[in-house]
Design a protein. Structure first.
Length: 366
């Protein structure tokens, strides 16, 4: 007996249907967002995954796409060793099929794909429908094991000026790439799931770094002229947008007053409903986790460069376990909370990970 749905790999012909699903509103902190990927979902998927694997659920009666999921792969450090790991993202189900058996069909395809391995995933804290469905342990669904909370901080201004520092920061040069690569490898000793970046790929223009150049990176040097910090300023608006669908009543009432106050301070303006946010995603905002001074210098320098580029917001994601979170008290921020998971269909397939490493995630690759 045939099922009412078919699951298959997505093709470019599905782009319009996928963009409609991706653009469905997501709740968060009094603001309803739409995380869009116009004009081409498949271009943006090459940023979230080095090798995307997008599946769509098609209604057999009329071939309409009613759900989707990306289960592609990317290279990250797991316990300090570079591994190719799947990342489950962009799970979307059309409203009329939420709570139906469509999710069961999707997870049958996921089981076939991952078999006796595991993958990473992230769920927004306020996405109660997804959290309830996926964390509930329903038959046929995988086991979502929390790796801890993460927060995407949208920085909209500084509360205080940066203090004098012995460290030196400047724009990266091509000749810095070997040192930048070594720094990434050094930081893998401290951060779990840190992407195994090779910055020669930036120079080569690979789609995983769409819109980034080496000159978009800032490098922080210590008194011995060794790299002690790194961050990239990433404008993703050409392939990834965050649009305001609606504000809660309280935020809508407060918004005009906030915008007047913020404009006088040269700060971030909350866009009108239907408009997109203008911000930079911070790529690889890295220092040693216990070097708060270096992280402070890095963020203040990044903020100055973002303002020079005409923007008034930048985002980065930090684990709740990251001691550098305290530095963000010096900035005005808007938090977006989520939980990071490892996902497998049996407990024995879950990874056994070094708990001393700090979970890592990047806002630009959500």
């Amino acid at each position: 007996m045939s099922t009412p749905f078919a699951i298959r790999p997505a093709t470019s012909a599905d782009n319009s249907a996928i963009l409609s699903l991706i653009g469905s509103p997501q709740p968060s902190n009094g603001v309803q967002f739409a995380f869009e990927r116009t004009p081409d979902y498949f271009q943006s998927a090459l940023v979230s995954h080095q090798q995307p694997h997008t599946l769509v659920v098609e209604r057999r009666s009329d071939n309409a796409v009613v759900a989707m999921l990306n289960l592609g792969v990317r290279d990250v450090f797991v316990d300090g060793t570079a591994q190719t790991i799947r990342y489950g993202s962009d799970l979307r189900i059309a409203p009329e099929y939420q709570g139906s058996r469509v999710l069961i069909y999707i997870n049958r395809a996921v089981r076939e794909c991952i078999q006796d391995t595991w993958y990473q995933s992230v769920i927004l804290e306020e996405n109660e429908k997804s959290r309830g469905a996926l964390e509930g342990g329903r038959a046929g669904l995988p086991i979502f094991k929390p790796m801890g909370g993460i927060v995407t901080h949208t920085i909209t201004g500084c509360k205080q000026a940066s203090s004098a520092s012995s460290k030196r920061v400047r724009k990266a040069l091509v000749t810095d790439i070997p040192a930048m690569n070594r720094f990434i490898q050094d930081m893998a000793a401290h951060y779990q799931f840190l992407p195994a970046y090779n910055f020669w790929d930036v120079e080569a223009g690979l789609p995983y770094f769409n819109g980034l150049k080496i000159s978009d990176f800032l490098v922080l040097f210590d008194s011995d002229n060794d790299v002690c910090g790194l961050v990239g300023l990433w404008n993703q608006k050409s392939f990834k947008q965050t649009r305001v669908v609606d504000y809660s009543r309280s935020v809508a009432m407060f918004r005009p007053f906030y915008n007047v106050w913020s404009s006088f301070r040269g700060g971030f303006i909350l866009p009108a409903k239907g408009k997109t946010f203008d911000y930079y995603a911070l790529h690889s905002p890295l220092t040693h986790p216990r070097d708060s001074d270096a992280f402070r210098d890095l963020l203040h320098s990044a903020w100055q460069h973002v303002m020079e580029r005409g923007s008034r917001a930048m985002t980065l994601t930090l684990s709740n376990e990251d001691p550098r979170c305290a530095v963000l008290d010096e900035f005005r921020t808007i938090p977006l909370k989520a939980t990071q998971y490892t996902v497998a269909f049996k407990d024995e397939f879950q990874p056994v990970l070094d708990s001393h490493r700090i979970p890592y995630f990047e806002s630009g690759r959500l």
